[in-house]
Design a protein around this ligand. Sequence first.
Ligand code: COA
Ligand code: AMP
Length: 632
Amino acid sequence: MGLFDEVQARSLSEPEKFWAEAAENIDWIKPCEKVLDDSDAPFYRWFQGGVLNSCYNALDRQVAGGRGNQIALIYDSPVTDSKEKITYSQLLARVEKFAGALDGLNVQKGDRVIIYMPMILEAAVAMLACARIGAVHSVVFGGFAANELATRIDDCQPKVIITASCGIEVSKVIPYKPLLDQAIELSSHKPSYCIVWQRPQVEASMIDGRDLDWVEVESQGPVKDCVPVAATDPLYILYTSGTTGQPKGIVRDNGGHAVALYWSMKNIYNVSPGDVFWGASDVGWVVGHSYIVYGPLMYGATSVMYEGKPVGTPDPGAFWRVISEHKVSVLFTAPTAFRAIRQQDPDATYLDKYDLSCFKTLFLAGERCDPDTLNWALEKLKVPVIDHWWQTETGWPIASNCLGIEQLPIVAGSPAKCVPGWDVRILDSEHKEVGAGDIGAIVCTLPLPPGTFSTLWNAPERHHEAYLSTFPGYYETGDAGYKDENGYIFVMSRTDDIINVAGHRLSTGAMEEVLAAHDDVSECAVIGVADKLKGQLPLGFMVLKAGANRSHDEVIGEVVQKVRKEIGPVAAFKLAAVVDRLPKTRSGKILRATMRKIADCEEHKVPATIDDPAILDEITIALKGLGYAASA
Ligand code: COA
Ligand code: AMP
């Protein structure tokens, strides 16, 4: 048995001892009474009775431990042509000051605060300031529309919303404040205050009595002391796509989160305190929470906040420039970023312009990594390229090559083996484990390790129903795949209607709700079709109401705009067709999986229960019109 397998086996045979040891790396105000509380199974709590503060662990103790002059965050923004490096001491001072502002507005432990901001330092300051005073932050990705923001405002009921006047998408300036104003108009819950960081590109107009300027509100005194919170208290809520238009509010606690992230920095990513770690994602996604803000800072690393794209800001050498300029040793991004770079610079000629001798490892996640992209990155970068698999719910990787323990052979198409703490099984519909190489539902044996979600905000029943009810004793990941004879996991697809567009998780169900609400649409289906750049793209079919005598192009144009307006540009919904009928089973279930297979030219059987097989030919014709089903 190799070292990795030994550590993995020990983590499962003695989980409490394993994680109690890992917890020694965290500063506790009061150690826990019980490492694992299983009294309410299948709901488990880690480090019951423990008291700590996540901001203290990320900042104060680093300064106290001698890292005050080390760079904590590097802001690099090709879209504004600016850069800023901020030390742990400086970041702590800014967080104390902004925590003072929140405190002055009477934000207290347990209150929710929404953060709707682009990739600027102030976003991290806002998150850490909330953690400092025990408030629960909920960051909303800037690419979501006002309607999505309104849904989140109503669900978590924030006392305060923090925003910036704009975001910048390559050369497009996106004013955020009008979106926020619109969202607050749409929502039933109204925040007491909005704090606005004014950026020079756009000045946000302010509503008297409600909107406050970040700089002015900071004139309150700083909060020097961190508020003690229970290990099991929520640190944040992060909304992610579920199978309906109502997103799931993933709740992350303080204690397990700190322990797991710290452990992962060494054991998975193999970085040392002081190294430069770059999570090229966005603070609006889980990767941004775990590996731009909390993980690197709690570990004493230097983290990069990059406001730009892999291509176009200004060229496909953008990532290499950042790596060489800031001496990045580990980069974590989504495969789609590498597909974009490769598409524009297939021979990676831009690599020759930069010295990448500092660079040790590339980690990829967020979507299935196609072997072609992985092999291209391996060949060009000449460093280990590690595919690893995780979810917003889990907060850190379920499967990975754990470089800090022992590097296992890299197998393209697989995120390697389950990480210590995780026990992944592949089950069939009868809940029996399948053999090596056979596809089934990917589940994880309960209890999940620390750092995973503790519940869904406002929806404990949905927590049970969506994740714990189908396979009792297991967490249902919603992914399907297989394990090979060496225990390597292959994650192949989702078992629900979630799709992954450019590494962004989206619900086709939510898009269907938008299409169905169009006046002329009688029924519809949205599927995820393969895309060379973004991995998947949504594609909609609509059947129009009898009597709807509008041109098809007009209706299509309207629904495309409607999805953009109601869900956001991030949905990238641009493909749609009007058809006479949708293929269904005799019991009325729409055959989405069959339509997807036809679109992607995958082998498919016509389901025996299909109502009218001729409809599949009509769908094929419609797909061909959109450039899909080319060889079907
Ligand atoms: N605020 C406002 N709008 C945003 C936004 C934000 N924070 N992020 C994205 N958008 C908009 C984009 O401008 C684009 O709008 P458009 O339709 O007007 O062009 C749309 O949402 C889709 O954005 P995106 O998916 O990023 O596509 P893109 O074509 O702009 O870029 C890639 C494609 C591959 C370069 C880009 O997706 C990328 O860099 N991905 C990296 C992977 C990543 O960060 N994954 C996150 C999880 S690790
Ligand atoms: P998110 O919650 O946005 O991180 O999306 C999680 C989903 O992305 C997973 O359930 C998978 O479907 C997919 N995913 C993430 N990482 C990988 C990976 N390395 N390989 C395959 N699929 C992945």
